[in-house]
Ligand binder design. Structure first.
Ligand code: 0A1
Ligand code: ZN
Length: 850
């Protein structure tokens, strides 16, 4: 096999030639020379499709010490990717011993070390860095694991089978693919609790952290127990082992990992206390704890046949965690937050060179496909399916899914078939959501005649790489109609747009209604057409659908920003007036009002302009956003002070949704107040803040207006010892640097002794944050581009996964002016031409340049 990166195609999948019936692993841990002994039983796979032409085991970076088949030494042929060896016709026992060096593993894939502790990350293809194995998700087996080490805590998947001084044994009774294997060993402290399942199984729960961090685990534990209960109640899913362990690690490429019975988390998604974590951190912890727990059924008990089916587990599990958060907090607010994320990240992905279907058909490096499209759009597709079949059929279909496919590795076809079998509905056209990339545009036209109201919907999806022509998709469009006085005359109904163009008729109306279209953001589409200011203000004041009320405010802001940017208009005061009415309404959830007060992101405005044929200028966009905030601060003046005073919660901090909503609104007001009061209120707030939410909000308000030097120093003095809190300090400075100073700010931060490029959280705190300052990143000098490219090239040999992930910042280059296009393309070309570039970053750069 050549070493040039290979492209893998969905169409080429064939079952593995053998079944694995039993796996026994023994780890003798040592930082530079860990020994891994394996004893694996293989039986011929009776599936007629199975490919038994050659016995191949994946394995990368392993030093083979010995190999035996049925007790007889063999000499396999080894390549950079694995080994082949001649095997008997029937079943056989494969045994091997390999040596690996976890302390040298900076890629954080396979078995590695994080500040003295061993931990593993095997999704997607990390297990092949641990031992030789058929490392593919459709090979499922029971694992027995023995760990030998002097470290006090030794963990693996499943239930503890025995332990003594210097060793522990684990047995996982549930067959699983190797990507769900995990091992942890270290000096860890446990927070313990128990959970009794609906059928009476007592589960021992533990959250294991470094000594000292155990004071910050309570919220994660509480979230876990709520998630366990919720999954029983909403999906009928119970936990299936005697123990459930969560470990927090400092060095982790992603958010967290759902290894069976042993979830491993990035520490920032476990540890929280009022002094160190913000409301947003708490919310995220709750949702990720739930996400990983929910994978126990959607991902682990039922897994993916191959990595092209990744959305099968991820889209569904994201959808489930979104439902959970909506139930724990405000469903309306959660829906808006999810829509903001989807538009920011997924619509952006769909609009550029990295666009791909929810189920991709080829890849070079699967790690590059843990994307917003697979996760967030994948969740939207599940949500649309639920909307189309209805609540009861959704639940019945899921019941059938769990019953029919438990213990299997399945495909999107299997998933859709349970819905077809439950409802009798033909989902072949719906299935295009999985195969067609790109964000559909839906335009709406209205017509009113003699008491009949016609709504005509048209759909069109622009071309994406490799997909020049798109067929119409099934789009559920939730619509309600409002009367001229704001009363709802037709409550929400779901129109199914399945053709290029369709007209829906509403009869018997007394007067011309105002339609509220795409309520609850019922499909991940862009609604096109520019309503009048009056129409938007009307919907902001009257819509009964909270999502569309918020959306009307967004549309107003977009409208005003567009006028400022294309006609040099001064901000229309109608916006501030309409917003004031909304903000004053005490019956509305403060969290919803806080969301209404936030402007769209500068990137959103850029894409919005680009979509309507106006070339976006990042500097001008930044200035317009700033100017609009200044005007709001002036126009809303006294109201902001009033609301802030009314919203400041009394009593001690609690991370619940109600308190968080009040703080969000108070702090959104503070950000604007800081623009007109010389920073007085924010300085006082910073000094007196008793929790990290208010602390960060005050500091951000000061930095955003060019102040806050003294506060930055004070923050550093207080928190220099805490890595997670200091990550916030790094990020805030990058986000709020003036555009011309952004690159210099980054240079200053990375020259500090506490900038550790091997720690993904710290690297992201700086370089992941840079594109979050669009005018800084896109500064016409090109300094931002150069700096990011320099550091991606430096990071790549150490940690290709994280380097590749952050390279996505370059994906919008074709939407910019010729000057910036040239600069960005040159940086991409420089990355691409770097000798020895990883498959990860190489694929990303090539796709962005294509
Ligand atoms: N399955 C995890 C996320 C995850 C994916 C890939 C990883 O390494 C490439 C690590 C974690 C989840 O959805 O939470
Ligand atoms: Zn997941």
């Amino acid at each position: 096999m050549s070493d040039a990166p290979q492209t893998i195609h969905l169409a080429d999948w064939r079952p593995f030639g053998w079944l694995v019936t039993d796996v026994r692993l023994t780890f003798t841990l040592s930082p530079d020379a860990t020994r891994v002994r394996s004893a694996i039983r293989f039986e011929p796979n009776p599936d007629p499709q199975a490919d038994r032409t050659r016995f191949f085991l994946h394995g990368e970076g392993l030093r083979l010490i010995s190999a035996r088949i049925d007790g007889v030494a063999v000499a396999p042929a080894i390549t950079a990717h694995g080994l082949t060896v001649a095997v008997p016709d029937g079943g056989f026992l494969w045994e091997s011993e390999v040596e690996i060096a976890p302390a040298e593993n900076t890629a954080l894939e396979g078995l590695y070390m994080s500040r003295g502790m061993y931990c593993s990350q095997c999704e997607a293809e990390g297990f092949r860095h641990i031992t030789f194995y058929p490392d593919r998700p459709d090979v499922m087996a029971q694992f027995h694991v023995r760990i030998e080490s002097d470290l006090p805590v030794l963990l693996s998947n499943g239930n503890l089978a025995g332990q003594g001084p210097g060793w522990a044994e684990w047995h996982d009774p549930w067959p699983k693919p190797a990507y769900l294997f995990a091992l942890v060993a270290g000096d860890l402290v446990a927070t313990r609790d128990t959970f009794t399942t609906r059928s009476g199984r007592e589960v021992a729960l533990a959250i294991l952290v470094r000594p000292g961090d155990e004071t910050r685990t309570a919220y994660a534990m509480d979230s876990l127990k709520r998630a366990m209960r919720w999954d029983e109640e909403e999906y009928g899913r119970e936990y299936d082992l005697d123990m459930f362990n969560i470990v927090a690690v400092d060095d982790f490429n992603m958010g967290a990992m759902e290894n069976k019975g042993l979830n491993i988390f990035n520490a920032r998604l476990v540890l929280a206390s009022p002094e160190t974590a913000t409301d947003a951190d708490y919310e995220r912890i709750e949702s990720v704890i739930a996400h990983e727990y929910f994978h126990n059924w959607t991902g682990n008990r039922i897994t993916c046949r191959d990595w092209f089916q990744l959305c099968l587990k991820e889209g569904l599990t994201v959808f489930r965690d979104q439902q959970f958060s909506g139930d724990m907090r405000s469903a309306a607010v959660k829906r808006i937050e999810d829509a903001i994320v989807l538009r920011n990240r997924q619509f952006r992905e769909d609009a550029g060179p990295l666009a791909h279907p929810v189920r991709p058909e080829s890849f070079v490096e699967i790690n590059n496909f843990y994307t917003a499209t697979v996760y967030e759009k994948g969740a939207e597709v599940v949500g649309m399916l639920k909307t189309l079949v209805g609540e009861d059929s959704y639940r019945a279909s899921l019941d059938l899914y769990f019953k029919r496919h438990d213990g299997q590795a399945v495909t999107i076809e299997d998933w859709l078939r349970v819905f077809e079998d439950t409802t009798g509905r033909d989902l072949s056209q719906f299935a295009r959501w999985y195969s067609q990339a790109g964000t559909p545009r839906v335009t709406v036209t209205e017509d009113w005649e003699n008491g009949t109201f016609n709504l005509t919907l048209r759909q069109h999806t622009p071309p994406t790489p490799g997909q020049p022509k798109k067929a119409p998709q099934v789009i559920p469009v939730a619509v309600g109609l409002l009367g001229p006085n704001g009363d709802e005359v037709v409550p929400t109904q779901v129109l199914e747009l399945a053709e290029d163009e369709q007209t829906f008729t509403f009869e018997g109306l007394a007067s011309r209604p105002v339609p509220s279209v795409l309520r609850g953001f019922s499909a991940p589409v862009i609604l096109e057409g520019d309503a009048s200011l009056e129409r938007m203000a009307f919907l902001l004041a009257h819509d009964t659908d909270p999502f569309n009320r918020w959306q009307a405010g967004r549309d107003l802001a977009r409208h005003v920003l567009r006028a400022m940017l294309t006609r040099d208009a001064t901000p229309d005061p109608a916006y501030g007036q309409a917003l004031a009415g909304f903000l004053r309404d005490d019956r509305l959830d403060p969290a919803l009002r806080a969301l209404a007060l936030a402007l769209p992101g500068e990137e959103d405005t850029a894409r919005d302009l680009y979509n309507t044929g106006v070339p976006p200028d990042p500097d001008a966009i930044h200035r317009a956003h700033e100017a609009l905030r200044d005007v709001l601060a002036q126009d809303l003046g006294a109201l902001l002070l009033q609301i802030r005073a009314a919203m400041t919660p009394a009593g001690p901090y609690a991370p619940d949704a109600a308190g968080a909503g009040r703080r969000a609104l108070a702090n959104a007001c503070l950000a604007l107040i800081t623009r007109v009061d010389g920073g007085k209120a924010a300085s006082v707030a910073f000094a007196s803040a008793s929790n990290m939410t208010d602390k960060v909000a005050a500091l951000a308000a000061l930095l955003a207006t060019g102040r806050g030097e003294a506060e930055l120093s004070a923050f550093e003095r207080d928190w220099a010892h805490d890595r997670l809190v200091m990550d916030k300090w790094f990020t805030l400075q990058v986000h709020h640097a003036a555009p011309v100073a952004a690159a210099a700010t980054v240079e200053r931060l990375v020259s500090r002794a506490d900038f550790d490029m091997r720690n993904p959280n710290r690297f992201r705190a700086v370089f992941g944050a840079l594109p979050g300052n669009p005018a800084g990143f896109h500064h016409a000098s090109g300094a931002g581009y150069r700096l990011l490219a320099d550091w991606l090239i430096r990071l790549d040999p150490l940690n290709p996964q994280t380097a590749a992930r952050l390279s996505q910042a370059f994906d919008g280059w074709r939407r910019l002016d010729a000057g910036r296009q040239g600069l960005m393309r040159a940086e991409l070309a420089r990355i691409s031409a770097t000798p020895g570039l990883s498959r990860d970053l190489g694929e990303m750069a090539a796709r962005m340049l294509a």
